[in-house]
Ligand binder design. Sequence first.
Ligand code: TNX
Length: 501
Amino acid sequence: MSSQHFITPVPRSVVPSAGTLTLTPATRVVPGPGAESVAVRFAAWLRAGTGWEVPLAGDTGPAITFTLDPSVDGGEAYTLTVNDDGVRLAAAHPAGLFHAASSLRQLLPAALEKGHADAPSGTIDVGHVHVEDAPRFAYRGIMLDVARSYYPMDEIRRLIDVMTRFKYNVLHLHLADDQSWRVELDTPEDNPTGIDFTELARIGKDGAVNREGWGTGPGRTGYYTQDDYRLIVEYAAERFVTVVPEFDVPGHVNAVLAAIPQLNPDGVATSPNATGEVGFSTLYNDNPLTRPFVAEVFRQLAALTPGPYLHLGGDEALVTSKEDFIAMVGDFAASVAATGKTVMGWNEYAQAELPAGAVIQYWDGDLEPTLRQVRDNGARVVMSPGKGSYLDQKYVESDPIGLKWAAMGDWDLHYGWDPVRDGLAEQDVLGVEAPLWSETIRSLDEAHWLIYPRAIAVAETAWSGAEAKDPASFAVRLGALGERLVALDVTFRPSPGIAWN
Ligand code: TNX
Protein backbone atom coordinates (compact mmCIF):
# COMPACT_ATOMS: atom_id res chain seq x y z
CA MET A 1 0.00 0.00 0.00
CA SER A 2 1.54 3.30 -0.97
CA SER A 3 1.14 6.18 1.42
CA GLN A 4 -1.58 7.85 -0.61
CA HIS A 5 -3.82 4.87 0.10
CA PHE A 6 -3.83 5.30 3.87
CA ILE A 7 -7.41 5.25 5.13
CA THR A 8 -8.28 5.28 8.85
CA PRO A 9 -10.22 3.41 10.22
CA VAL A 10 -8.63 0.75 8.04
CA PRO A 11 -11.09 -0.61 5.41
CA ARG A 12 -11.89 -4.28 4.86
CA SER A 13 -9.96 -4.31 1.62
CA VAL A 14 -7.70 -1.82 -0.17
CA VAL A 15 -6.29 -3.04 -3.49
CA PRO A 16 -4.00 -0.56 -5.26
CA SER A 17 -3.08 -1.08 -8.90
CA ALA A 18 -0.69 0.50 -11.37
CA GLY A 19 -1.73 3.82 -12.80
CA THR A 20 -2.67 7.28 -11.64
CA LEU A 21 -5.77 9.41 -12.10
CA THR A 22 -5.11 13.12 -12.41
CA LEU A 23 -7.79 15.41 -11.07
CA THR A 24 -7.72 18.80 -12.78
CA PRO A 25 -9.57 22.10 -12.43
CA ALA A 26 -12.12 20.58 -14.86
CA THR A 27 -13.06 17.87 -12.32
CA ARG A 28 -16.81 17.31 -11.97
CA VAL A 29 -18.89 15.70 -9.25
CA VAL A 30 -21.70 13.56 -10.67
CA PRO A 31 -24.56 12.68 -8.32
CA GLY A 32 -26.65 9.67 -9.26
CA PRO A 33 -30.33 9.59 -8.30
CA GLY A 34 -30.72 9.77 -4.51
CA ALA A 35 -27.05 10.65 -4.01
CA GLU A 36 -27.42 14.40 -4.40
CA SER A 37 -27.01 15.62 -0.82
CA VAL A 38 -23.83 13.63 -0.15
CA ALA A 39 -22.36 14.56 -3.53
CA VAL A 40 -23.17 18.25 -3.11
CA ARG A 41 -21.52 18.30 0.32
CA PHE A 42 -18.39 16.65 -1.04
CA ALA A 43 -18.31 19.00 -4.05
CA ALA A 44 -18.50 22.01 -1.72
CA TRP A 45 -15.53 20.65 0.22
CA LEU A 46 -13.49 20.04 -2.94
CA ARG A 47 -14.40 23.49 -4.29
CA ALA A 48 -13.35 25.20 -1.06
CA GLY A 49 -10.08 23.28 -0.84
CA THR A 50 -9.01 23.66 -4.47
CA GLY A 51 -10.62 26.82 -5.74
CA TRP A 52 -11.86 24.78 -8.72
CA GLU A 53 -15.34 25.27 -10.06
CA VAL A 54 -16.39 21.63 -9.43
CA PRO A 55 -19.61 21.64 -11.44
CA LEU A 56 -22.33 19.09 -10.78
CA ALA A 57 -23.03 18.75 -14.49
CA GLY A 58 -21.23 18.47 -17.82
CA ASP A 59 -19.49 15.62 -19.57
CA THR A 60 -15.87 16.63 -19.90
CA GLY A 61 -13.07 16.44 -17.36
CA PRO A 62 -12.43 13.83 -14.67
CA ALA A 63 -15.62 12.70 -12.92
CA ILE A 64 -16.20 11.81 -9.28
CA THR A 65 -19.41 9.79 -9.41
CA PHE A 66 -21.71 9.08 -6.46
CA THR A 67 -23.99 6.10 -7.16
CA LEU A 68 -26.67 4.44 -5.08
CA ASP A 69 -26.16 0.79 -5.87
CA PRO A 70 -28.35 -1.77 -4.08
CA SER A 71 -25.84 -4.53 -4.86
CA VAL A 72 -23.38 -3.09 -2.30
CA ASP A 73 -24.22 -5.15 0.73
CA GLY A 74 -25.10 -3.35 4.00
CA GLY A 75 -26.49 0.06 4.98
CA GLU A 76 -23.16 1.72 5.69
CA ALA A 77 -21.03 -0.36 3.32
CA TYR A 78 -19.41 1.25 0.28
CA THR A 79 -16.98 0.74 -2.54
CA LEU A 80 -14.53 3.36 -3.79
CA THR A 81 -12.77 2.90 -7.12
CA VAL A 82 -10.12 5.12 -8.66
CA ASN A 83 -9.12 4.27 -12.23
CA ASP A 84 -8.64 5.92 -15.63
CA ASP A 85 -12.40 6.50 -15.88
CA GLY A 86 -12.45 8.65 -12.74
CA VAL A 87 -13.53 8.08 -9.14
CA ARG A 88 -16.61 5.99 -8.45
CA LEU A 89 -18.23 5.88 -5.01
CA ALA A 90 -21.04 3.37 -4.59
CA ALA A 91 -23.26 2.28 -1.71
CA ALA A 92 -26.76 0.96 -1.16
CA HIS A 93 -27.59 3.88 1.15
CA PRO A 94 -26.50 7.54 1.33
CA ALA A 95 -24.77 6.79 4.67
CA GLY A 96 -22.43 4.45 2.82
CA LEU A 97 -21.71 7.15 0.23
CA PHE A 98 -20.94 9.57 3.05
CA HIS A 99 -18.39 7.14 4.50
CA ALA A 100 -16.97 6.59 1.01
CA ALA A 101 -16.50 10.36 0.73
CA SER A 102 -14.72 10.40 4.11
CA SER A 103 -12.33 7.78 2.76
CA LEU A 104 -11.82 9.67 -0.49
CA ARG A 105 -10.93 12.85 1.39
CA GLN A 106 -8.11 10.94 3.07
CA LEU A 107 -6.75 9.98 -0.37
CA LEU A 108 -6.58 13.67 -1.35
CA PRO A 109 -3.98 16.15 -0.03
CA ALA A 110 -4.41 17.24 3.59
CA ALA A 111 -4.05 20.88 2.54
CA LEU A 112 -7.53 20.72 1.02
CA GLU A 113 -8.92 20.51 4.56
CA LYS A 114 -7.94 24.11 5.17
CA GLY A 115 -10.84 25.08 2.94
CA HIS A 116 -9.12 27.95 1.16
CA ALA A 117 -8.06 27.13 -2.36
CA ASP A 118 -4.77 25.36 -1.81
CA ALA A 119 -4.65 22.85 -4.68
CA PRO A 120 -1.08 21.61 -5.07
CA SER A 121 0.19 22.85 -8.43
CA GLY A 122 -3.19 22.89 -10.10
CA THR A 123 -3.74 19.14 -10.38
CA ILE A 124 -4.00 16.23 -7.94
CA ASP A 125 -2.71 12.72 -8.66
CA VAL A 126 -4.51 9.78 -7.07
CA GLY A 127 -3.14 6.27 -7.43
CA HIS A 128 -5.52 3.69 -8.84
CA VAL A 129 -7.19 1.73 -6.08
CA HIS A 130 -10.26 -0.32 -5.28
CA VAL A 131 -11.64 -0.13 -1.72
CA GLU A 132 -14.39 -2.33 -0.30
CA ASP A 133 -15.52 -1.45 3.17
CA ALA A 134 -18.22 -1.96 5.79
CA PRO A 135 -18.33 -1.38 9.53
CA ARG A 136 -17.91 -4.12 12.10
CA PHE A 137 -20.36 -2.42 14.51
CA ALA A 138 -23.49 -0.40 13.72
CA TYR A 139 -23.12 1.95 16.73
CA ARG A 140 -19.94 4.04 16.86
CA GLY A 141 -20.32 6.88 19.30
CA ILE A 142 -18.74 9.81 21.06
CA MET A 143 -20.36 11.02 24.28
CA LEU A 144 -20.13 14.68 25.13
CA ASP A 145 -20.83 15.73 28.73
CA VAL A 146 -22.40 19.14 28.17
CA ALA A 147 -23.58 19.18 31.80
CA ARG A 148 -20.33 19.73 33.69
CA SER A 149 -19.36 22.42 31.19
CA TYR A 150 -21.46 23.83 28.37
CA TYR A 151 -20.51 23.66 24.68
CA PRO A 152 -21.97 26.36 22.41
CA MET A 153 -23.67 25.40 19.16
CA ASP A 154 -20.74 26.13 16.85
CA GLU A 155 -18.54 23.81 18.92
CA ILE A 156 -21.08 21.00 18.69
CA ARG A 157 -21.08 21.40 14.91
CA ARG A 158 -17.26 21.38 14.81
CA LEU A 159 -17.17 18.26 16.97
CA ILE A 160 -19.53 16.51 14.54
CA ASP A 161 -17.52 17.68 11.52
CA VAL A 162 -14.32 16.15 12.84
CA MET A 163 -15.68 12.94 14.40
CA THR A 164 -17.42 11.99 11.16
CA ARG A 165 -14.04 12.04 9.37
CA PHE A 166 -13.40 8.84 11.30
CA LYS A 167 -16.85 7.36 10.61
CA TYR A 168 -18.41 7.91 14.04
CA ASN A 169 -22.19 7.85 13.69
CA VAL A 170 -23.59 8.52 17.19
CA LEU A 171 -23.40 11.65 19.34
CA HIS A 172 -24.56 10.89 22.88
CA LEU A 173 -25.36 14.10 24.77
CA HIS A 174 -25.21 13.92 28.57
CA LEU A 175 -27.74 16.74 29.00
CA ALA A 176 -28.07 17.06 32.75
CA ASP A 177 -26.23 16.15 35.92
CA ASP A 178 -25.86 17.30 39.50
CA GLN A 179 -24.53 20.67 38.39
CA SER A 180 -26.81 21.69 35.51
CA TRP A 181 -29.74 21.17 33.15
CA ARG A 182 -29.04 22.03 29.52
CA VAL A 183 -32.18 21.62 27.42
CA GLU A 184 -35.33 23.72 27.38
CA LEU A 185 -38.51 21.79 28.18
CA ASP A 186 -42.14 22.94 28.15
CA THR A 187 -44.81 22.68 30.77
CA PRO A 188 -47.51 20.65 29.02
CA GLU A 189 -51.08 21.93 28.99
CA ASP A 190 -52.35 18.76 30.54
CA ASN A 191 -50.10 18.74 33.58
CA PRO A 192 -51.37 16.67 36.51
CA THR A 193 -47.98 16.97 38.27
CA GLY A 194 -48.27 20.74 38.66
CA ILE A 195 -44.52 20.88 37.97
CA ASP A 196 -43.17 23.83 36.00
CA PHE A 197 -40.82 22.09 33.55
CA THR A 198 -39.46 25.42 32.29
CA GLU A 199 -37.72 25.84 35.65
CA LEU A 200 -35.25 23.05 34.77
CA ALA A 201 -33.36 25.03 32.14
CA ARG A 202 -34.10 28.42 33.71
CA ILE A 203 -32.32 27.46 36.90
CA GLY A 204 -30.16 24.62 35.62
CA LYS A 205 -28.52 26.56 32.79
CA ASP A 206 -26.38 28.52 35.26
CA GLY A 207 -24.69 25.45 36.68
CA ALA A 208 -21.31 23.89 35.87
CA VAL A 209 -18.29 22.52 37.71
CA ASN A 210 -16.50 25.62 38.92
CA ARG A 211 -14.18 24.51 41.69
CA GLU A 212 -10.53 25.38 41.75
CA GLY A 213 -8.42 22.40 40.88
CA TRP A 214 -10.97 21.16 38.32
CA GLY A 215 -9.84 22.44 34.96
CA THR A 216 -8.34 25.71 33.85
CA GLY A 217 -11.21 27.88 35.13
CA PRO A 218 -14.92 27.70 35.89
CA GLY A 219 -17.04 25.44 33.68
CA ARG A 220 -19.12 27.20 31.04
CA THR A 221 -22.83 27.74 31.53
CA GLY A 222 -25.77 27.88 29.14
CA TYR A 223 -28.48 25.71 27.63
CA TYR A 224 -29.95 24.58 24.32
CA THR A 225 -33.34 25.92 23.34
CA GLN A 226 -35.61 23.40 21.69
CA ASP A 227 -34.74 25.01 18.36
CA ASP A 228 -31.02 24.66 19.16
CA TYR A 229 -31.56 21.02 19.97
CA ARG A 230 -33.47 20.46 16.72
CA LEU A 231 -30.64 22.16 14.81
CA ILE A 232 -28.09 19.84 16.43
CA VAL A 233 -30.23 16.82 15.48
CA GLU A 234 -30.57 18.11 11.92
CA TYR A 235 -26.88 18.95 11.50
CA ALA A 236 -26.01 15.51 12.82
CA ALA A 237 -28.54 13.74 10.57
CA GLU A 238 -27.14 15.45 7.48
CA ARG A 239 -23.87 13.76 8.40
CA PHE A 240 -25.53 10.42 9.25
CA VAL A 241 -25.04 10.88 12.98
CA THR A 242 -27.76 9.82 15.41
CA VAL A 243 -28.19 11.96 18.54
CA VAL A 244 -28.81 10.02 21.77
CA PRO A 245 -30.09 12.28 24.56
CA GLU A 246 -29.41 11.25 28.16
CA PHE A 247 -31.39 12.22 31.25
CA ASP A 248 -29.45 10.53 34.05
CA VAL A 249 -31.71 9.06 36.79
CA PRO A 250 -32.14 8.24 39.62
CA GLY A 251 -28.71 9.63 40.65
CA HIS A 252 -26.88 12.66 39.20
CA VAL A 253 -30.04 14.75 39.73
CA ASN A 254 -29.10 17.62 42.02
CA ALA A 255 -29.91 20.20 39.32
CA VAL A 256 -33.41 18.70 39.09
CA LEU A 257 -33.87 18.78 42.86
CA ALA A 258 -32.64 22.39 42.92
CA ALA A 259 -35.13 23.46 40.22
CA ILE A 260 -38.22 21.47 41.24
CA PRO A 261 -38.86 21.67 45.01
CA GLN A 262 -41.76 19.19 44.90
CA LEU A 263 -39.41 16.33 44.00
CA ASN A 264 -37.68 16.62 47.40
CA PRO A 265 -39.02 14.80 50.45
CA ASP A 266 -39.59 18.02 52.37
CA GLY A 267 -40.68 20.06 49.34
CA VAL A 268 -37.64 22.30 49.67
CA ALA A 269 -35.27 22.77 46.73
CA THR A 270 -31.67 21.70 47.24
CA SER A 271 -28.83 24.16 46.73
CA PRO A 272 -26.99 24.24 43.41
CA ASN A 273 -23.87 22.11 43.41
CA ALA A 274 -20.79 23.13 41.47
CA THR A 275 -18.33 20.51 42.70
CA GLY A 276 -17.19 17.68 40.50
CA GLU A 277 -18.28 15.12 43.07
CA VAL A 278 -20.52 12.23 42.04
CA GLY A 279 -22.99 9.91 43.74
CA PHE A 280 -24.62 12.19 46.32
CA SER A 281 -28.09 12.85 44.87
CA THR A 282 -31.14 10.71 44.19
CA LEU A 283 -34.76 10.84 43.14
CA TYR A 284 -37.15 9.49 45.75
CA ASN A 285 -38.96 6.20 45.19
CA ASP A 286 -41.78 7.13 47.56
CA ASN A 287 -42.45 10.58 46.10
CA PRO A 288 -45.62 10.27 43.98
CA LEU A 289 -44.33 12.93 41.54
CA THR A 290 -41.07 11.11 40.72
CA ARG A 291 -42.47 8.75 38.10
CA PRO A 292 -44.79 11.18 36.28
CA PHE A 293 -42.00 13.78 36.23
CA VAL A 294 -39.48 11.40 34.68
CA ALA A 295 -42.05 10.06 32.20
CA GLU A 296 -42.88 13.59 31.05
CA VAL A 297 -39.20 14.47 30.56
CA PHE A 298 -38.71 11.34 28.44
CA ARG A 299 -41.88 12.10 26.50
CA GLN A 300 -40.53 15.54 25.59
CA LEU A 301 -37.03 14.29 24.79
CA ALA A 302 -38.54 11.58 22.59
CA ALA A 303 -40.62 14.16 20.74
CA LEU A 304 -37.46 16.19 20.03
CA THR A 305 -35.38 13.18 19.01
CA PRO A 306 -35.94 11.28 15.75
CA GLY A 307 -33.26 8.69 16.60
CA PRO A 308 -34.19 5.33 18.11
CA TYR A 309 -32.52 5.63 21.55
CA LEU A 310 -33.22 7.41 24.84
CA HIS A 311 -30.60 7.06 27.59
CA LEU A 312 -31.73 7.04 31.22
CA GLY A 313 -28.29 7.00 32.83
CA GLY A 314 -28.58 4.83 35.94
CA ASP A 315 -24.91 5.14 36.93
CA GLU A 316 -23.45 5.85 40.36
CA ALA A 317 -26.73 6.06 42.29
CA LEU A 318 -24.67 5.68 45.44
CA VAL A 319 -27.24 7.05 47.89
CA THR A 320 -30.19 5.12 46.45
CA SER A 321 -31.00 1.80 48.14
CA LYS A 322 -30.76 -1.19 45.84
CA GLU A 323 -34.46 -1.86 46.31
CA ASP A 324 -35.46 1.69 45.41
CA PHE A 325 -33.05 1.69 42.46
CA ILE A 326 -34.54 -1.46 40.99
CA ALA A 327 -38.10 -0.23 41.53
CA MET A 328 -37.51 3.20 40.00
CA VAL A 329 -35.28 2.17 37.10
CA GLY A 330 -37.69 -0.57 36.05
CA ASP A 331 -40.48 2.01 35.86
CA PHE A 332 -38.31 4.66 34.17
CA ALA A 333 -37.29 2.11 31.53
CA ALA A 334 -40.95 1.30 30.94
CA SER A 335 -41.72 4.99 30.48
CA VAL A 336 -38.96 5.22 27.86
CA ALA A 337 -40.44 2.18 26.10
CA ALA A 338 -43.85 3.90 26.19
CA THR A 339 -42.41 6.65 23.98
CA GLY A 340 -41.59 4.04 21.33
CA LYS A 341 -37.83 4.45 21.83
CA THR A 342 -35.28 1.81 22.76
CA VAL A 343 -34.05 2.37 26.28
CA MET A 344 -30.35 2.72 26.95
CA GLY A 345 -28.50 3.04 30.25
CA TRP A 346 -25.15 2.60 31.97
CA ASN A 347 -24.51 -0.97 33.04
CA GLU A 348 -25.72 -0.53 36.65
CA TYR A 349 -29.23 -0.34 35.22
CA ALA A 350 -29.01 -3.96 34.04
CA GLN A 351 -29.93 -4.95 37.62
CA ALA A 352 -33.48 -3.70 37.04
CA GLU A 353 -36.19 -5.29 34.95
CA LEU A 354 -35.75 -3.94 31.42
CA PRO A 355 -37.83 -4.07 28.25
CA ALA A 356 -36.67 -6.76 25.82
CA GLY A 357 -33.95 -5.48 23.50
CA ALA A 358 -32.71 -2.77 25.86
CA VAL A 359 -29.23 -1.39 25.21
CA ILE A 360 -26.69 -1.55 28.02
CA GLN A 361 -23.66 0.71 27.96
CA TYR A 362 -20.89 -1.08 29.82
CA TRP A 363 -18.38 1.26 31.50
CA ASP A 364 -17.20 -0.37 34.72
CA GLY A 365 -17.92 -2.96 37.38
CA ASP A 366 -19.71 -6.28 37.38
CA LEU A 367 -20.54 -7.50 33.88
CA GLU A 368 -22.75 -10.32 35.11
CA PRO A 369 -26.12 -8.44 35.20
CA THR A 370 -25.39 -7.24 31.66
CA LEU A 371 -24.63 -10.79 30.49
CA ARG A 372 -27.86 -11.98 32.10
CA GLN A 373 -29.89 -9.35 30.21
CA VAL A 374 -28.14 -10.39 27.01
CA ARG A 375 -28.83 -14.09 27.60
CA ASP A 376 -32.39 -13.85 28.87
CA ASN A 377 -33.80 -10.62 27.51
CA GLY A 378 -32.29 -9.92 24.09
CA ALA A 379 -30.30 -6.95 25.40
CA ARG A 380 -27.39 -5.61 23.37
CA VAL A 381 -24.27 -3.93 24.63
CA VAL A 382 -22.40 -0.75 23.78
CA MET A 383 -18.86 -1.13 25.08
CA SER A 384 -17.34 1.91 26.80
CA PRO A 385 -14.80 0.49 29.21
CA GLY A 386 -13.28 3.21 31.39
CA LYS A 387 -9.89 1.76 30.62
CA GLY A 388 -9.43 2.10 26.87
CA SER A 389 -12.42 4.14 25.73
CA TYR A 390 -12.73 7.05 28.19
CA LEU A 391 -11.46 10.24 26.59
CA ASP A 392 -11.58 12.34 29.78
CA GLN A 393 -8.66 10.50 31.32
CA LYS A 394 -5.22 12.08 31.28
CA TYR A 395 -2.57 10.81 28.89
CA VAL A 396 0.11 11.23 31.54
CA GLU A 397 0.20 12.42 35.13
CA SER A 398 1.54 15.88 34.32
CA ASP A 399 -1.34 16.80 31.97
CA PRO A 400 -3.06 20.04 33.02
CA ILE A 401 -6.57 18.63 32.39
CA GLY A 402 -8.22 15.24 32.58
CA LEU A 403 -9.04 12.77 35.34
CA LYS A 404 -7.21 9.58 36.13
CA TRP A 405 -9.46 7.21 38.04
CA ALA A 406 -9.99 4.78 35.15
CA ALA A 407 -6.64 4.64 33.40
CA MET A 408 -4.18 7.13 31.99
CA GLY A 409 -2.91 6.32 28.55
CA ASP A 410 -2.41 7.19 24.91
CA TRP A 411 -3.63 5.77 21.59
CA ASP A 412 -2.15 2.33 22.24
CA LEU A 413 -4.32 1.84 25.35
CA HIS A 414 -7.38 2.92 23.34
CA TYR A 415 -6.39 0.68 20.41
CA GLY A 416 -5.47 -2.42 22.34
CA TRP A 417 -8.81 -3.93 23.38
CA ASP A 418 -11.58 -5.86 21.72
CA PRO A 419 -15.26 -5.10 22.39
CA VAL A 420 -16.25 -8.77 22.15
CA ARG A 421 -14.99 -10.27 25.39
CA ASP A 422 -15.87 -11.75 28.77
CA GLY A 423 -18.61 -14.05 27.50
CA LEU A 424 -20.13 -11.67 24.94
CA ALA A 425 -20.62 -12.85 21.37
CA GLU A 426 -20.16 -10.67 18.29
CA GLN A 427 -23.90 -10.21 17.75
CA ASP A 428 -24.42 -9.15 21.39
CA VAL A 429 -22.34 -6.04 20.84
CA LEU A 430 -24.22 -3.19 19.18
CA GLY A 431 -21.14 -1.05 19.18
CA VAL A 432 -18.57 1.08 20.89
CA GLU A 433 -18.68 4.54 22.43
CA ALA A 434 -15.93 6.81 23.70
CA PRO A 435 -17.21 9.14 26.45
CA LEU A 436 -15.80 12.58 27.14
CA TRP A 437 -16.75 13.78 30.62
CA SER A 438 -16.23 17.50 31.06
CA GLU A 439 -15.39 18.16 34.70
CA THR A 440 -11.99 19.58 33.69
CA ILE A 441 -12.71 20.78 30.14
CA ARG A 442 -13.47 24.41 29.31
CA SER A 443 -13.39 24.69 25.50
CA LEU A 444 -13.62 22.63 22.35
CA ASP A 445 -9.86 22.99 21.96
CA GLU A 446 -9.35 21.35 25.35
CA ALA A 447 -11.93 18.70 24.45
CA HIS A 448 -10.22 18.00 21.14
CA TRP A 449 -6.86 17.77 22.88
CA LEU A 450 -8.20 14.91 25.02
CA ILE A 451 -10.18 13.36 22.14
CA TYR A 452 -7.44 13.23 19.49
CA PRO A 453 -5.62 11.10 18.69
CA ARG A 454 -7.23 8.57 21.07
CA ALA A 455 -10.70 8.68 19.48
CA ILE A 456 -9.15 7.66 16.16
CA ALA A 457 -7.92 4.48 17.83
CA VAL A 458 -11.40 3.80 19.24
CA ALA A 459 -12.90 4.52 15.80
CA GLU A 460 -10.77 1.77 14.29
CA THR A 461 -11.84 -0.60 17.08
CA ALA A 462 -15.48 0.24 16.29
CA TRP A 463 -15.31 0.19 12.49
CA SER A 464 -12.60 -2.25 11.44
CA GLY A 465 -12.68 -6.00 11.95
CA ALA A 466 -10.51 -7.42 14.73
CA GLU A 467 -8.42 -9.28 12.15
CA ALA A 468 -7.77 -6.03 10.24
CA LYS A 469 -6.37 -4.24 13.29
CA ASP A 470 -2.62 -3.93 13.56
CA PRO A 471 -0.97 -1.43 15.92
CA ALA A 472 2.13 -1.04 13.72
CA SER A 473 0.04 -0.18 10.66
CA PHE A 474 -2.21 2.08 12.75
CA ALA A 475 0.78 3.95 14.14
CA VAL A 476 2.01 4.76 10.63
CA ARG A 477 -1.45 5.79 9.42
CA LEU A 478 -1.97 7.88 12.57
CA GLY A 479 1.24 9.78 11.93
CA ALA A 480 0.08 10.46 8.39
CA LEU A 481 -3.07 12.10 9.80
CA GLY A 482 -1.10 14.75 11.70
CA GLU A 483 -0.99 17.19 8.82
CA ARG A 484 -4.73 16.65 8.23
CA LEU A 485 -5.63 17.36 11.86
CA VAL A 486 -3.53 20.53 11.70
CA ALA A 487 -5.22 21.58 8.44
CA LEU A 488 -8.60 20.91 10.09
CA ASP A 489 -7.50 23.19 12.93
CA VAL A 490 -7.99 20.39 15.46
CA THR A 491 -6.00 20.77 18.64
CA PHE A 492 -4.53 17.35 19.40
CA ARG A 493 -1.78 15.87 21.48
CA PRO A 494 0.96 14.48 19.22
CA SER A 495 1.73 11.16 20.85
CA PRO A 496 5.40 10.49 21.46
CA GLY A 497 6.71 7.59 19.38
CA ILE A 498 4.53 8.42 16.37
CA ALA A 499 6.17 9.82 13.24
CA TRP A 500 3.79 12.76 12.78
CA ASN A 501 4.07 14.24 9.34
C1 TNX B 1 -17.98 8.41 36.22
S1 TNX B 1 -18.70 6.93 33.80
C2 TNX B 1 -19.21 8.88 35.77
C3 TNX B 1 -19.36 10.32 35.49
C4 TNX B 1 -18.08 11.07 35.68
C5 TNX B 1 -16.92 10.22 35.19
C6 TNX B 1 -15.61 10.91 35.20
C7 TNX B 1 -20.10 7.19 34.42
C8 TNX B 1 -21.21 6.42 33.87
N1 TNX B 1 -20.24 8.07 35.42
O1 TNX B 1 -20.39 10.87 36.28
O2 TNX B 1 -18.16 12.26 35.00
O3 TNX B 1 -16.85 9.07 35.99
O4 TNX B 1 -14.64 10.14 34.54
